[in-house]
Design a protein around this ligand. Structure first.
Ligand code: PLP
Length: 385
């Protein structure tokens, strides 16, 4: 079985698993217990993990609020900033191709009276900077634009976007969902012109159910006003109550340390696989197009329209040999809003698969997958007369 759905989730790195194990069985103390050894040990483990993540993302330890993952972090930041804002008619700017946890949060806030602008994108998934500039008003409270897209791999110029927003007004809060970018491109939170980012450990070989919101402190060390999503408990500076998921947090820390160390090797490996994938597809009998042929991209996420076949048939026929998906795991039952935003028609969307790979994928996996896809493609292709 060849796994090519790394954008949905990645396998846990065995070193991550090794580090987590003892926090599930032996070291089970509550890190907030304070006075006995078991609690002190787990508190130290959480602190140590926080330090590793902070080093990886180049943020301060007290800028990281650990959450259950990126969906929670996205909800927390958007709702929390808008709720705490003094703006009487808050306005949010986002794009049409964000993850469902951003779009659904915006829809929720729209029902509560917020105005939301959903910026359109070109066929590579990029926004027009002029559209962004024109969308900003005196009421704009927050802009949320994803760093890397989970369906078509678009990578945006986050610094240019941040600079534009801050030049218009330093009061506008700029958030980026960096879930697909973390572990795939270098991230320097202290340098990049964003106020907050979200991420998730299971996208960089850590466990599922843990991630974080990173929120910038100002020069006096003060966090912006933000309403907690989970009230109760002093954990995470009172911003996210609930007993810390120690084993998961330890796993996230280890995954961050490994991702940091391996980043440049991983980037080269993934780019090589991408080029090889395209070459193999071009040599095959498959009639296809890559959605997002831009050079600003995450090389490990490739959206392919396979002309003349249904993606469902292809995915099901491949199921026991190659794992690929139709798009985002979080909105798997609906036609992709991302593909429709970049201009694909219904037939094209129905013929599109997402192939995503990672550090454990080998050249041979790509070769064999293309062969397997070609075989089912030949079987199911409908030639229009
Ligand atoms: N944002 C993006 C861009 C994603 O790709 C995902 C996961 O698919 C999420 C958010 C949600 O992450 P989590 O599974 O940690 O809630």
């Amino acid at each position: 079985m060849i796994y090519l759905d790394y954008a949905a989730t990645t396998p846990i790195d065995p070193q991550v698993y090794e580090d987590m194990k003892s926090y599930l069985l032996q070291q089970y103390g509550n890190p907030n217990g304070k006075y006995y050894t078991q609690a002190i040990e787990t508190k130290n483990a959480v602190d140590n993990a926080r330090e590793r993540v902070a080093k990886f993302l180049k943020c301060q330890m007290d800028e990281l609020i650990i959450t259950s993952g990126a969906s929670e972090a996205n909800n927390f930041i958007i709702k929390g900033i808008v709720d705490a804002s003094e703006q009487t008619n808050p306005h949010i700017v986002t794009t049409q191709i964000e993850h469902s946890s951003i779009l659904a949060t915006c829809k929720f806030l729209e029902k509560r009276g917020c105005k939301v602008t959903y910026l359109s994108v070109d066929d590579n998934g990029q926004i027009e900077l002029d559209d962004l500039r024109n969308a900003l008003t005196e009421e704009t409270t927050l802009v949320s634009i994803g760093w890397g897209n989970n369906e078509i791999g678009t990578l945006v110029d986050i610094q240019a976007i941040g600079n534009l927003i801050k030049n218009v007004s330093s009061q506008i809060f700029f958030h980026t969902d960096a879930t697909q970018a973390v572990g795939k491109v270098p991230i320097n939170f202290s340098k990049v012109n964003v106020d907050a980012l979200s991420f998730s450990a299971h996208k960089f070989y850590g466990p599922k159910g843990v991630g974080g919101a990173v929120i910038k402190r100002d020069k006096d060390g003060i966090l912006p006003k933000i309403t907690p999503l989970i009230h109760g408990g002093e954990q995470e500076m009172g911003l996210r109550g609930g007993t810390s998921a120690v084993a998961n947090i330890v796993g996230m820390g280890k995954a961050a340390e490994i991702a940091d160390k391996d980043l440049s090797v991983t980037i080269k490996h993934i780019e090589k696989l991408y080029r090889f994938l395209i070459e193999e597809l071009q040599k095959s009998s498959i009639s296809f197009k890559v959605n997002n042929f831009g050079s600003d991209r995450l090389f490990g996420i490739v959206s392919l329209t396979l002309y003349g076949v249904s993606n469902e048939l292809i995915i099901k026929a491949l199921a026991s040999d190659v794992a690929v998906s139709a798009g985002s795991a979080c909105s798997a039952t609906k036609p992709s809003h991302v593909l429709s935003a970049i201009g694909l028609n219904k037939d094209e969307i129905r013929s599109t698969i997402r192939v995503s790979f990672g550090k454990y994928t080998e050249v041979n996996d790509i070769r064999n997958s293309v062969k397997a896809i070609e075989k089912v493609y030949e079987k199911f292709r409908v030639i229009k007369s």
